[in-house]
Design a protein around this ligand. Structure first.
Ligand SMILES: NC(=O)c1ccc[n+]([C@@H]2O[C@H](COP(=O)([O-])OP(=O)(O)OC[C@H]3O[C@@H](n4cnc5c(N)ncnc54)[C@H](O)[C@@H]3O)[C@@H](O)[C@H]2O)c1
Length: 399
């Protein structure tokens, strides 16, 4: 007997992430493959209901991809029969009220990060979802990247020995919008609209670091707004009020130290837009979105410092490429499969609203570190479940 379709409401379907990664690369790909692959080898067919604010864009998109249902009215989608899953890729500022509606409607909820604009609100949202008994999940896409999966494999194999330090480098030049259009939305550069590289990227660094290397004990961060003025989508000049670069050091409870530069104001001289350099007692690795190369202890060169002689050794040649071994798959799609299988009681999904809130805890601690000019322990700012309402809201932080 044919399975009933599983309906998924996609809110923010016209956005950069909503459209490219979630709709096209994940959900439409799954729909067109016959559905979500299940553990028994069968497929669960899915149906999509698109929501966004621009009806014309929505219609075009729905027609292009052969999607029957779309609306500009979220309430209408939430009330429709046969759509028990809600996904949110709205701009961050609009997320909490939309998710609250989905909780009230009893949906299983999957969302882009960050789950809320503040940590206290993110904890409250986790409390509310748990109290309502709705399944919930947050995008943790970086963990599903081929390069990071290779890194996980290296860690699990014991390749590094004791991991001593990690240096992360993320970023690229985002055009100012004056003589070339900016390749990111303008709200990213306005803190009053939920922008800023710390709020955007530290939720990712939180789960990447904690799932691969260990629990973060404290953070020290310097942020900057290097480009104070930009030009928006309509050609209008605006003041950039949010941080566009962050220079951070994370101390892990189990010993390793992690440094991370995140910047929309750097020009790339690396193999990939994000790179992690991991040094351990028995080996080192340099890992990107896709690639990973290693240098074991017993193939490590012995440089000697001599500024009088040009160094002719090709250090890049000393590294060994890690093979892919398994076929690559889009990271967003892999996590979608995991989440939908969890909704269907066919597996687990670890990354819930609580873990999304941890990402905001790190982002806020990092901003507080910059504002106060000191290292901030995460424990100082942590809120226990169900305590969000009674915890005094920390002073707003961030430039
Ligand atoms: N996982 C990742 O790697 C990653 C990367 C970038 C962004 N994000 C997150 O994804 C979310 C969306 O970011 P984006 O870059 O796609 O943004 P975007 O501006 O391209 O799209 C956001 C969506 O929100 C809608 N929207 C904006 N203002 C609205 C309003 N006033 N009323 C109704 N709808 C409105 C837009 O129409 C669009 O559908 C953000 O929360 C961001 O933090 C995640």
């Amino acid at each position: 007997m044919a399975k009933e379709t599983l309906g998924i409401i996609v809110n923010g379907a016209t956005g950069r992430m909503g459209y490219r990664q979630h709709l096209v690369r994940s959900l439409l790909a799954l729909r067109d493959e016959g559905g979500v692959p299940l553990s028994d080898g069968s497929r669960q067919p899915i149906e999509l209901y698109l929501v966004a604010r621009n009806e014309e864009k929505l219609r075009e998109l729905a027609e292009k991809h052969n999607i029957e249902k779309y609306t500009t009215d979220l309430d209408e989608a939430l009330a429709a029969e046969g759509f028990p899953v809600y996904f949110d890729a709205l701009v961050t500022k609009l997320r909490v009220p939309a998710i609250r509606k989905a909780i009230a409607a009893g949906k299983a909820i999957y969302t882009e990060k960050p789950t809320a604009e503040s940590y206290a609100e993110a904890v409250a949202l986790a409390d509310e979802a748990e109290a309502a008994g709705v399944k919930n999940g947050v995008v943790h896409d970086k963990l599903y990247l081929p390069g990071l999966l290779k890194l996980k494999r290296l860690i699990d194999s014991g390749f590094f020995g004791e991991i001593l330090s990690v240096r992360g480098e993320f970023g690229y030049w985002v055009f100012e919008g004056d003589w070339q259009d900016a390749q990111r939305p303008s709200w990213n550069y306005r803190s009053e609209d939920g922008g800023g590289i710390v709020v955007d990227m530290f939720p990712h660094w939180n789960y990447v670091i904690e799932n691969l290397f260990g629990k973060i004990a404290s953070v020290y961060t310097e942020t900057r707004t290097h480009i104070p003025q930009r030009v928006d989508e309509r050609g209008e000049t605006y003041k950039a009020t949010a941080d566009d670069a962050a220079y951070a050091i994370f101390d892990l409870e189990n010993g390793p130290i992690v440094q991370f530069n995140s910047s929309w104001t750097v020009r790339v001289n690396r193999d990939e837009l994000v790179e992690l350099h991991v040094d351990g007692t028995h080996g080192s690795a340099v890992v990107g979105l896709f690639g990973a190369k290693i240098q074991p202890r017993n193939a490590t060169p012995k440089p000697t410092w001599n500024p009088d002689l040009p160094d002719t050794h090709d250090y890049a040649e000393d590294w060994i490429e890690v093979p892919q071994n398994d076929p690559t798959e889009n990271g967003f799609k892999l996590q979608w499969i995991e989440f939908l299988r969890y909704v269907l009681d066919d597996g687990n999904h670890t990354y819930d609203f609580r873990s999304g809130a941890d990402g905001m805890l790190l982002a806020e601690a990092a901003l507080a570190s910059h504002d106060e000019g000191r290292r901030v322990a995460l424990a100082e700012r942590a809120i226990a479940p169900n305590q969000a309402a009674s915890t005094p809201v920390a002073e707003p932080v961030g430039a």
